[in-house]
Write a protein that binds this ligand. Structure first.
Ligand code: 26Y
Length: 831
């Protein structure tokens, strides 16, 4: 059955005007773009709500096994375009709006980003939600509704400054507050042993209770009526405890302390490097976990009375260790509240969790100081100790008294600061441990979790990341989308992305190439306009648009990119006129945020801006080279930047990027990659660069240039030896010259930049020096290829054609089949 709402342009118009008048409360005869956007969003939301009700009702009736995706971060970006496209009514809305005198695209620009996450891990969660909905999986996302999302980056005099992102300022039309879906979450207090029905049990008497309120965000699938839910929790004062505070007579302080409850979900931690034992962060983790588990258990109990069936109905996915307290919480609920025997509860818990880790190095893993955990969650600390005791006893039986290994594998770390190793807890208690690319999964097996792999090899799996083609082609690149559907003769690739390989046979077709170039030009124009509006820098559309956008990290080596740009600048400066006429013009674009406390990353941003200032104002260089730093890079900017790129750079020191997902978005948009052989790049090579298949797949082995990519740098297995050699290896001349220019003050701020230069000339941990030569070679190869537009276009077509394997649809199917054990549950049209 269809819903109440009709989707013809007249009905849509009526709905929009209705919302102008009654939701936005403006006159339907006079409203501006923002008000029109709000009304439009509410009208879309009505349709989403209807579908989400239908979906939930259908799930309830069928009662399939459900998957719950637990993540502290979701980087959703904007919702409007994505929603109407997935609902299949974008054109109808565009018609309706144009009759009202508005343009869909203009209104879509009014929407702010939902930036409830830092970077890769968080955007991956968003892509995966889209795939879960589209593939009809009975799945839910659970997270936190931060009032302040990821900080806004403002660049002043070339330096990064952070501004708060109060994204809910003008309301959020996509969410629905569920005032009846609230749960108390307990903190602090003491644990008492009690006798209940003759049985010893533990009672936790909390010192603080905060109420969690659910906010539901609908996630529509494409080409299906299924619309699943991302449920985000916000902190609210709890009435239970408040009465006491108010009765003491200190009214003002009681109100102020009530307000504190909202602090729990107020702000996203902006660091994506390592865990710092901060109480608020731990509170956020438990708050989110406790509310989610209460909700999931309540839903289970609505239809079942026996917890033996719990693992048959529930799969829990841990997105990194951040939600791993869920393991302990389920144990606590089953033992303390449901009064199950410990061993029985443990059996159940071990069948529930699948754990995905996104870190590469041990230092990146979360460790929670025992003192902190014990004060905030006293009962949980006891349970962790009990789990660990049983685990270590079991381990001794398996491996004997190898104390080094026992202490490495223990969940409790006995160091200066005694801590709980959340990764060990997660590995011990999960049935599946996933890496996010082949090389990362191998690294987990051979390094990070070697001891565990030897014990439980069957637990370890690889789920190579993917991104959704709905957002990264259909929403962000409508011209390419239309072209693909035209040449493939179908829109079916939007659900079945493998069909993109059908393009391969036309890669040399002159007509396709012509149209392909036109599409790229349109997207470059859009990006160039943005750059000019933002920075005043005019860029030539004939230049190669070369992009590196991602969080700023030393291992991602934005510094290598900047050193390369200085080298290019220096070369151009030293050329005569005829040499300059042969230079392939470049627009280098860098964007990304540095964690507020990450000084080195902030210096790299300043260096980039200082170099840009110099180059862009040098009339000798003109259009041959421009450098632009794009401030406040976020999802909606990525939607403009990625389609407009010719080349994209992924420069992580080999072995440091768990996967990388940006490269996949660029690939889908027909960009060529200049990259190290790291993370998912290795699989991209396998898929499109490394396989011989007819004349399209030439390789130039001498330079290690795959036909579709420009590869360079040390490979993963070479890194340790290069590090061993240390600074003894010779600084390449070109690199020394570039560093000299910085040190000598060519870009100003020489004192400030010395430490950056020292890090390269000193221990060079990230191997900028050793990779510099091969980086320049790969850059030269890219220039050469770009000078041949036909060849470049052919390569670009083949990039898109080969990008299907990197769709999150493939990843999610893998999870559903190999980790979660769930099946599609599609709302039938005749229902
Ligand atoms: C504990 C806290 C400080 C923390 C918060 C966020 C720690 C890490 C993170 C985020 C990590 C992250 O985004 N990792 C990235 O995950 C991507 C998706 O799997 C990978 O593609 C990427 O290589 C990895 O760096």
């Amino acid at each position: 059955m269809d819903g109440f709402l009709k989707n013809d342009p007249i009905s849509l118009q009526k709905d929009i005007l209705y919302h102008v008048e009654y939701t936005v409360a403006r006159s339907r005869f006079s409203f501006d773009d923002f008000e029109a956007y709000q009304a439009l969003a509410h009208s879309v939301r009505d349709r989403l709500i209807e579908r989400s009700h239908d979906t939930q009702l259908y799930f309830k009736r069928k009662d399939p096994k459900r998957a719950y995706f637990l993540s502290l971060e979701f980087l959703m970006g904007r919702s409007l375009s994505n929603s109407v496209i997935n609902l299949g009514i974008r054109d109808q809305y565009a018609d309706a709006l144009s009759q009202l005198g508005f343009e869909f695209e203009v209104l879509a620009e009014q929407e702010g980003d939902a930036a409830l996450g830092n970077g890769g891990l968080a955007r991956l969660s968003a892509c995966q939600m889209d795939s879960m909905a589209t593939l009809d999986y009975p799945a839910w996302g659970y997270g936190l509704r931060y009032q302040y999302g990821l900080f806004r980056q403002v660049i002043l005099d070339g330096f990064q400054h952070e501004q708060p992102d109060f994204w809910l300022n003008f309301g959020n039309p996509w969410e629905t507050e569920r005032v009846h879906v609230t749960y108390p979450v307990k903190f602090y207090g003491t644990v008492e042993e009690e006798i209940l029905n003759g049985q010893k049990c533990n009672a936790w008497n909390p010192g603080e209770v905060v109420e969690a309120v659910a906010y539901d965000n609908p996630i529509p699938g494409y080409g299906t009526r299924n619309t699943i839910t991302l449920r985000l929790w916000a902190g609210k004062p709890s009435d239970q405890r408040d009465m006491e505070a108010f009765n003491t007579g200190d009214y003002i302080n009681a109100v102020v302390s009530r307000q504190k409850a909202e602090n729990i979900s107020s702000v996203l931690y902006p660091d994506d490097r390592s865990y710092q034992g901060k109480e608020l962060r731990l509170k956020q983790q438990y708050f989110f976990v406790s509310a989610s588990m209460q909700d999931i258990i309540r839903r289970f109990k609505d239809a079942h009375s026996n917890f033996d069936e719990f693992p048959e109905k529930v799969a829990l996915q841990l997105n990194d260790t951040h939600p791993s307290l869920a393991i302990v919480e389920v144990m606590r609920v089953l033992v303390d509240e449901e009064h199950l025997d410990w061993n029985k509860a443990w059996d159940i818990v071990c069948k529930l969790f699948s754990f995905t880790i996104h870190a590469v190095i041990a230092e990146g893993l979360e460790k929670i100081p025992v003192d902190l955990l014990g004060s905030l969650l006293p009962r949980h600390l006891q349970i962790i100790y009990d789990i660990n005791f049983n685990f270590v006893e079991e381990l001794k039986k398996r491996i004997g008294l190898d104390y080094d290994r026992l202490s490495r594998m223990s969940i409790v770390e006995e160091a200066a600061v005694k801590s709980i190793r959340m990764a060990n807890l997660s590995v011990v208690c999960s049935h599946t441990v996933n890496g996010v690319s082949k090389v990362h999964s191998e690294l987990l097996r051979t390094k990070l979790f070697k001891d565990f792999y030897e014990l439980w090899p069957e637990k370890f799996q690889c789920k190579t990341n993917g991104v959704t083609q709905r957002r990264w082609i259909v929403v962000s690149n409508p011209s390419l989308c239309a072209l693909l559907s035209k040449w493939l003769g179908t829109e079916a690739w939007i659900r079945n992305v493998d069909l993109l390989t059908g393009l391969r046979e036309y890669a040399e077709d002159a007509d396709l190439q012509q149209e392909w170039m036109m599409v790229k030009k349109v997207n470059k124009m859009r990006l160039a306009e943005y750059i000019e509006a933002m920075s005043g820098v005019k860029v030539s559309l004939d230049a190669m648009f070369d992009v590196q956008t991602k969080r700023i990290h030393e291992y991602k080596r934005q510094l290598l990119n900047i050193l390369g740009i200085i080298h290019r600048y220096d070369c151009i400066k030293n050329m005569d006129k005829s040499q300059r006429s042969k230079v392939v013009p470049r627009v280098c674009i860098i964007g990304g945020k540095a964690a507020p406390g990450y000084e080195v990353a902030k210096k790299i941003i300043k260096l980039c801006n200082a170099v840009a200032e110099k180059i862009n104002n040098d009339t000798d260089v003109g259009d041959l080279l421009k450098l632009v730093f794009i401030p406040d890079y976020n999802v909606s900017l990525a939607e403009v930047v990625i389609p407009g790129a010719d080349l994209s750079q992924h420069l992580s020191t080999a072995g440091h990027e768990a996967s990388g997902t940006g490269s996949m978005k660029f690939l889908m948009n027909g960009c060529l990659l200049l990259a190290t052989e790291d993370g998912s790049t290795v699989e991209i090579i396998e898929e499109i660069g490394g396989r011989e298949s007819g004349k399209c797949y030439l390789r130039d082995n001498s330079l290690r240039i795959c036909f579709l990519q420009f590869l360079f740098g040390a490979k993963i297995h070479e890194v340790p030896e290069l590090r061993e050699k240390g600074p003894a290896h010779k600084l390449p001349l070109q690199c020394a010259r570039v560093l000299g220019l910085i040190r000598d003050g060519h870009f100003g701020f020489e004192d400030y930049f010395q430490s950056l230069c020292d890090s390269v000339e000193g221990d060079d941990f990230y191997l900028l020096c050793s990779d510099f030569g091969s980086y320049l070679e790969a850059q030269a190869a890219a220039d050469k290829a770009f000078a041949d537009p036909k060849k470049w276009t052919q390569m670009s077509i083949l990039s898109t054609a080969g990008s299907g394997r990197f769709s999150s649809d493939r990843t999610i199917r893998d999870y559903a089949e190999k980790s979660w054990g769930i099946e599609p549950c599609r709302f039938p049209s005749e229902f």
